[in-house]
Ligand binder design. Structure first.
Ligand code: NAD
Length: 472
């Protein structure tokens, strides 16, 4: 743990294993209730100073962190791939983007504005100022273990908040590396604190402690709801980036090759374990057969292997629980009439024997009564469905409690506007697969979350104070 500017260890440890081989990667010390309260206290005390430092000086520290992250790109990428199984090329990209978030929010720190308000009374002057919310608890998932911390911590620190970070127990090592960087960049004592350990124990302390004024969480909708309920007792602010179940729609006038290429990328990168992964494929009846042929062909060429292997396009899934969840959705679909066009099973032989690998899978004849159409699929399985009209596909695409990302392909300009406006999602990619950049707002509607990160996300870490001044 890293509390109040110092490292310390406890006797309790957890083992972090390579998902691709089952071998031990590192052992990490864990903490409990007492240390979490200490971390919150340290952040609370540090807030007094950090929130008053001019933004330009806070920005200098964030710039140093950004540079250091980029300097250590390869080293950090190796850690991410080792503990999550993520293909190394994706891990390098994750590190680069994490550095970019620190740089972006270093710049955003200097663009916090209040407003003056026209007074209805002659002898009054009115204004609204922005101030940091206070101590922020940061709880992150394993699938983008560095990026999610970077996006949240950079924003909070830029706003003048201090943080207590609890990373996923599946991927704590990269959190330790990030805090080494904070240490090397001389982030002032207590401004950022790290606690690794049991999720329930630590989050209960966070929920109960009134000094924590905000929780920013990325993870499943189920845990997000639990934290939102718990936050109600002391009216903590919450930002929640939760699960997704993205529709991928291909209209009859689309560029088919582009659509197929992007569909494969959006479904299978990181073995389908991304919140904005394409999860439900709706293809217009008139081009369905050709799409299916090209799609299956491309999927059959994907190389599955160790995350650390430069050639791997798809790595292992995170653990055995993930394999069971994926198999359950596939079995349910097959039992209800779906056809397996490719895959449909875990990979067990040879190089795959000791890891948790699932074969990239394509299902056809998928119907609305199957689990895979309604539950988030965190794995490399693509369910293909036909549609006949724009109205029908919009109804199906929106028929979900999720609302994070959505994608559609068309060359009809009027349709671009019509469909973009009617999709009930926080993010829409039109003929585009790359919808998460530092400059843009990122987040979901409905049960995919509240709040936005990236872009002007600094607002989520600021309170508005109204000041009314009577003058003579
Ligand atoms: P998860 O909800 O199981 O875990 C997320 C974090 O919450 C982990 O650190 C975990 O240890 C912790 N946690 C678990 N139980 C908790 C509890 N009772 N109280 C407090 N914390 C608890 O999710 P995951 O498996 O790590 O990540 C996958 C999920 O995250 C998917 O649903 C995915 O869509 C979502 N996700 C969303 C985004 C986004 O930006 N919207 C990004 C990445 C992942």
């Amino acid at each position: 743990m890293y509390i109040n500017g110092g490292w310390s260890a406890t006797k309790e440890t957890i083992e972090v294993k390579h998902p691709g081989t089952g071998e031990l990667f590192r052992r990490v010390e864990t903490v409990g209730k007492e240390e979490t309260n200490q971390a919150i206290e340290a952040a609370h005390q540090a807030f007094v100073k950090w929130s008053k430092i001019p933004a330009i000086n806070r920005a200098e520290v964030l710039e140093r962190i950004a540079s250091k992250i980029l300097e250590k790109q390869e080293e950090l990428a190796q850690v991410i791939s080792s503990e999550t199984g993520k293909p190394i090329t994706l891990s390098r990209g994750e590190v680069k983007k994490s550095g970019e978030y620190f740089k972006w929010f270093a710049e955003e720190a200097r663009r916090v504005y209040g407003e003056t308000i026209t007074s209805p009374i002659t002898n009054k002057r009115l204004m609204a100022i922005k101030q940091p919310v206070g101590v922020v608890a940061v709880i992150t998932p394993w699938n983008f273990p560095l990026l999610m911390m970077a996006r949240k911590v950079a924003t909070a620190l830029a706003a003048g908040c201090t943080v207590v970070v609890r990373p996923s127990s599946e991927s704590p090592c990269i959190a330790v590396e990030l805090f080494r960087i904070f240490d090397e960049c001389e982030l002032p004592t207590g401004v950022a604190n790290l606690v690794i350990g049991n999720a329930n124990e630590i989050s209960n302390v966070i929920l109960e402690n009134n000094k924590v004024r905000k929780i920013t969480f990325t993870g499943s909708t189920e845990v997000g709801k639990h934290l939102m309920r718990g936050a109600a007792d002391s009216i903590k602010r919450v930002s929640l980036e939760l699960g997704g179940h993205a529709p991928f729609i291909v209209f009859e006038d689309a560029d088919l090759e582009l659509a197929v290429e992007n569909a494969v990328y959006l479904k299978y990168r990181q073995a389908g374990q991304v919140c904005v992964c394409a999860n439900r494929f709706y293809i217009h009846d008139s081009i369905y057969d050709e799409f299916e042929r090209l799609f299956v062909q491309k999927v059959s060429e994907l190389k599955v292997g160790l995350g650390l292997d430069e050639e791997s396009i798809i790595g292992p899934v995170i653990n055995e629980r993930a394999i069971s969840g994926i198999q359950d959705q596939v079995d349910d679909a097959v039992q209800k009439g779906a056809k397996v066009l490719y895959g449909g099973h875990r990979l067990n032989d040879g190089e795959y024997a000791k890891g948790s690998y699932y074969c990239p899978t394509v299902l056809s004849d998928v119907t609305e009564d199957m689990k895979i159409v309604h539950e988030e699929t965190f794995g490399p399985v693509a369910p293909l469905m036909r549609f006949h009209s724009e109205e029908e596909v919009l109804q199906k695409a929106n028929n979900t409690e999720y609302g994070l990302a959505s994608y559609f392909y068309t060359n009809d300009l009027s349709r671009v506007y019509r469909v973009s406006e009617q999709l009930e999602y926080g993010i829409v990619g039109v003929n585009d697969s790359s919808t998460s950049i530092v400059e843009s707002p990122f987040g979901g509607v409905k049960e995919s979350g509240v709040g936005r990160e990236g872009g002007h996300g600094i607002e989520e870490f600021l309170e508005t104070k109204f000041i009314s001044i009577r003058i003579n």
